[in-house]
Design a protein around this ligand. Structure first.
Ligand code: SF4
Length: 82
């Protein structure tokens, strides 16, 4: 049976460990000077979790995994939420 799409879920909350681990691995490669601090990262993800464009951990405005996009200071929300 197909799994239903989760609105306003992050990868960390889904049952897709391999994708979550891949994204975490990618985040680990972001240079320290481009990485958001933990407070800003949490704040960005809070705004994504409240956003209608978040489906299964993916922003349907830009197509990115939000946990990946939010981890980089140089990345911005396409709807200017952060
Ligand atoms: S990046 Fe912006 S538009 Fe996309 S899910 Fe997050 S808050 Fe919504």
């Amino acid at each position: 049976m197909a799994r239903s799409i989760c609105k306003r879920c992050l990868l960390a909350e889904l049952d897709d460990l391999s994708t979550y681990e891949s994204v975490q691995k990618y985040i680990g490669t972001i240079p320290a000077n481009d990485r958001t601090n933990s407070q800003e990262y949490a704040s960005r993800l809070d705004r994504c979790r409240a956003c209608e464009h978040l489906l299964d951990g993916v922003c349907h405005q830009c197509g990115c995994y939000v946990e990946m996009r939010a981890a980089s200071r140089s990345q911005r929300c396409p709807k200017k939420m952060w």
